[in-house]
Design a protein. Structure first.
Length: 94
């Protein structure tokens, strides 16, 4: 896994940024699978999301967009929230 800057990727995002903080973004070496760890600023627990690149010609996201394929919430520690997406990213990449 490598650390990435999410602004380099087409990632349609929703939500109120006042409610959460992205703590880190990662990608597989081929950059087809991305992962993010999120701190919930309301209840102070952690979540994670794994995204996979859409197929060519996808009418909803468009070519090259990423969409959520796995996620977890209510992790009690940042360490737990970082380990889980790495495992899910490896599975999604295969």
């Amino acid at each position: 896994m490598k650390t990435i800057d999410p602004s380099d990727y087409f990632i349609p995002m929703t939500g109120d940024p006042r409610l959460h903080q992205n703590l880190g973004w990662w990608a597989t070496e081929d950059e087809r699978v991305l992962g993010v760890v999120i701190l919930d600023l309301v209840d102070h627990d952690f979540s994670w999301v794994v995204l996979s690149q859409a197929d060519q010609g996808d009418e909803f996201d468009g070519h090259g967009a990423y969409r959520a394929v796995n996620l977890g919430c209510s992790c009690t520690s940042e360490t737990e929230a970082r380990n889980r997406p790495f495992e899910a990213m490896k599975q999604e990449a295969n």
